[in-house]
Design a protein around this ligand. Structure first.
Ligand SMILES: [Zn+2]
Length: 368
């Protein structure tokens, strides 16, 4: 039976100067409403021990719009402003449930510029998406089609640090579970190879990445040489953001293909929980990128296995996957990082990463 899931489709788009100005205004107003409501809730909470609800924040927004100082809030679509208040409400709900820290102010420089439009604030017809307060549809680069008969429920517009515009369209989608298989696979996270499978296959980093990383390191060095506050520094910053964004995009694309393939081919995927490792601060570029992709890959595997009726097992104990012989189970005393292949006393010859992946698979299947 098909399962109905909400799925986001993200595309790049190219706004007209008028649309860009309208969106920049909307981002600014949404951020301001969020911050102002946060300030008010904080004041009520610390001074009066009183919790402010979404309804009360929404009523306050109506009042703000009536004052001369804040009348400009009327110039943008009201929906993204309401959505900002909903996000704040969710942030407080997470805080009170101890799932997150106290909500923080959004800054123009550090926060992602975005605005969320619900049903009443956009039109989607014949492949054209038009937002409230705009004359014409957005010029979207449809890298893949929306599913047949898709009914978008929410549209989120954003601009990244590299100055690129994106629209993320949330749709209901029917997903059919895949046919049964009894295959299982263990995945070992790496740095030189992105991942190694217990089948012996090594997943190498995407093509282009080596060159892109060199460009990134070069751009970062250039940025470090620039005077603070200078126009050239601004330019150098944008350059770093662009190269970084390209690396992330290519990675994501690659990870989507890899995780879809793993989920298609196997019933059970076993991975390591690397949160322990991530707590060790390491600013080396290669490690940072590899940790980020590992987190992203785990997230993708989590929802894709769920979508397609497969299983993901996360080995959550810290166990010596590299030091254990997967053939006889004997633990080696030590296994320095530079040892790539080794031979156990039992006679088994191992590739370090394949052996680790096999142990991860065995541990996951045993834990299940
Ligand atoms: Zn052995």
């Amino acid at each position: 039976m098909a399962q109905v899931v909400k799925r986001a489709y993200k595309y790049r788009f190219y706004p007209t100067p008028e649309q860009a100005a309208e969106l920049a205004r909307t981002f600014g107003c949404a951020r301001m409403v969020y911050n102002k409501a946060l300030e008010e809730r904080t004041r009520a909470y610390t001074l009066e021990g009183r919790k402010v609800s979404y309804v009360q924040s929404s009523a306050a927004l109506t009042e703000w719009k009536r004052t001369d100082d804040l009348a400009f809030l009327n110039e943008v679509s009201s929906v993204p402003l309401q959505q900002a208040l909903r996000h704040l409400q969710a942030a407080f709900a997470n805080f009170f449930a101890k799932r997150a820290g106290y909500p923080t102010f959004k800054s123009r420089k550090k926060s992602r510029a975005s605005a969320e439009y619900t049903r009443s604030a956009f039109k989607y017809r014949d492949g054209a998406l038009t937002l409230a307060k705009m004359d014409g549809p957005l010029n979207i680069f449809w890298s893949r089609p929306l599913p047949e008969g898709a009914e978008p429920s929410t549209v989120t517009v954003s601009r990244d640090a590299a100055g690129r515009w994106f629209v993320s369209i949330l749709c209901q989608d029917a997903i059919r579970p895949l046919g049964p298989t009894s295959n299982t696979v263990g995945v070992d996270a790496g740095i030189t190879a992105l991942a190694t499978l217990s089948t012996g296959e090594k997943i190498v980093n995407p093509r282009h990445e080596r060159a892109d990383r060199r460009k990134l390191a070069k751009a970062q060095r250039a940025l470090a040489r620039m005077q603070k506050g200078s126009a050239n520094r601004q330019k150098a910053k944008l350059k770093v953001a662009r190269v970084y964004a390209r690396i992330c995009d290519r990675r994501r694309d690659f990870l989507h293909k890899l995780t879809t393939r793993l989920v298609r081919e196997t019933q059970t995927v076993v991975i390591e929980d690397l949160t322990v490792r991530n707590m060790v601060k390491n600013h080396k570029l290669a490690r940072a990128i590899s940790d980020a992709s590992w987190r992203e890959m785990r997230t993708m595997l989590e929802y894709k296995t769920q979508w397609y009726g497969r299983e993901l097992v996360v080995v959550d104990r810290w166990f010596p996957s590299s030091k254990l012989c997967s053939a006889c189970g004997i633990l080696q005393d030590e296994m320095p990082l530079n040892v790539r292949t080794w031979e156990c006393a039992c006679g088994a010859a191992h590739d370090r990463d394949v052996n680790a992946a096999k142990n991860i698979l065995a541990a996951g299947l045993a834990e299940r």
